[in-house]
Design a protein around this ligand. Structure first.
Ligand SMILES: *[C@@H]1O[C@H](CO)[C@@H](O)[C@H](O)[C@H]1NC(C)=O
Ligand SMILES: *[C@@H]1O[C@H](CO)[C@@H](O)[C@H](O)[C@H]1NC(C)=O
Ligand SMILES: *[C@@H]1O[C@H](CO)[C@@H](O)[C@H](O)[C@H]1NC(C)=O
Length: 380
């Protein structure tokens, strides 16, 4: 039993006081519509500790593993300014709730036999449980990284493509590789080197999940070439997941997700796309009818493709849009592996986040056949 268990708020604030010298112990300000149970999570020693407990690997229950079973936001326990990386960890925690819930709902929706019936290994659901447990560990790690002066966001309600086990597994592959790609961006936002190291370690775990799917589920070569894709504007990828969140379902106290955000129009390939491999010519689609891009007639726009540590820009003809659809050829020079992140910008190379006018879209290149399936299934 840890000393930190009982008067945890006081001790955490004391720690903060010793560390920073600026924070005061604050009374709990938990709104009355919450039980207050979630405040126990303010103590990083409450419950199984990631790295010390096998709960985050080998818990085999169907019920939500800790801390996924405690869904209220955790309110600040100290007064004071936020720590320098709180905002980045809050974005990451909100994104992690989406990923955790995706696995949790898959485990609740499908049986072992559902996966065996479509030709998948008989331990598929068990592996998904293990991944879910890792994601629960990420929830706990991210909660603990947010300082006691900032709120730790709770989950919203989500709408996932859970129609059948095959499209579920396809979506899983894109989710894992997208996680890897936004972590390469979030790591650039983090100010402390400790946070940068922790984010790099988390992205390795997402990669291990992806490797499992590539070798065991899709039975393809798992290597993505010498480097995975670096994409600097992480919040743009995070915002592109907003269509998974049921509007109005988030705890009202949660910080805006992601913060800051640009509310960019979403980007996709047209639903009838046959190939998303390098060299394929595709028609661009902006699926959100309420949020369409507006193109200035005197500006040259580019489709910018990020792959590995490089990016390539292709000028696009936006005249006559939306009556005339926009087409673009995915650069043939790219190796058909890993992932391509594509966006529309008003400058070649999209050198600033403000130069981006639509997107990004995460295009799965491995297995390359899954890319068009995800587009036509609306699962992106
Ligand atoms: C959450 O899960 C943990 C670990 O399985 C368990 O000890 C705890 O009682 C659960 N809490 C709630 C509120 O369900
Ligand atoms: C699961 O699959 C493995 C490998 O194909 C096989 O050796 C094992 O007997 C199977 N187990 C069950 C319970 O079917
Ligand atoms: C894309 O590549 C160009 C040329 O190497 C570089 O100047 C630019 O900063 C890159 N864009 C991003 C967003 O990294």
């Amino acid at each position: 039993m840890s000393l930190l268990h009982t008067p945890y708020a006081f001790l955490i604030c004391l720690g903060a006081l010793l560390g920073l010298g600026i924070q005061n112990e604050a009374p709990f300000r938990v709104p009355p519509h919450y039980s207050g149970e979630a405040q126990k999570l303010a103590d990083p020693n409450y419950g199984p500790i990631p790295g010390l407990s096998d709960h985050y690997s080998s818990y085999w229950g169907v019920e939500r593993p800790f801390p996924g079973n405690i869904t209220d936001p955790v309110f600040p326990t100290c007064d004071g300014p936020p720590a320098e990386d709180d905002n980045t960890w809050q974005n990451l925690l909100s994104a992690e709730w989406i990923i955790f819930e995706f696995y949790q709902q898959g485990i609740e929706s499908f049986t072992d036999e559902d996966f065996v019936r479509i030709g998948m290994p008989n331990n598929t659901r068990q592996r998904l449980m293990e991944i879910r447990n890792n994601e629960a560990g990420h929830l706990r790690i991210f909660q603990n990284q947010i300082s006691p002066t900032s709120i730790k966001p709770g989950p919203c309600k989500y709408n996932f493509p859970l129609r059948d086990p095959l499209s579920y597994l396809a979506f899983m592959s894109v989710l894992e590789i997208s996680s890897m790609a936004f972590l390469t961006g979030l790591v650039q936002e983090a100010k402390s080197v400790q946070a940068q190291g922790a984010m790099a370690a988390i992205s390795q775990t997402e990669t291990r999940h992806e490797i499992w799917a590539l070798t065991e589920i899709w039975k393809v070569n798992p290597f993505a070439g010498p480097a995975d894709t670096v994409f600097p504007y992480a919040n743009q990828i995070l915002y592109s997941t907003h269509n998974l969140i049921i509007p109005g379902s988030c705890p009202p106290e949660n910080p805006e997700y992601p913060y800051p955000r640009q509310l960019l129009p979403g980007l996709s390939a047209a639903p009838d796309t046959k190939s998303l491999a390098p060299g394929a010519t595709i028609t661009l689609d902006f699926p959100d009818k309420e949020n369409q891009p507006e193109f200035d007639p005197d500006t040259q726009y580019y489709a910018v493709f990020f792959h590995s540590v490089l990016n390539t820009s292709v000028p696009i003809d936006t005249k006559g849009f939306p009556k005339r659809p926009i087409t673009v050829t995915i650069p043939e020079v790219f190796e058909t592996r890993g992932v391509i992140v594509a966006l529309i910008a008003d400058e070649a190379g999209a050198p600033t986040k403000e130069s981006v006018v639509a997107g990004p879209a995460v295009i799965l290149e491995q297995p390359v056949e899954l890319g068009p399936k995800l587009v036509s299934g609306g699962a992106s």
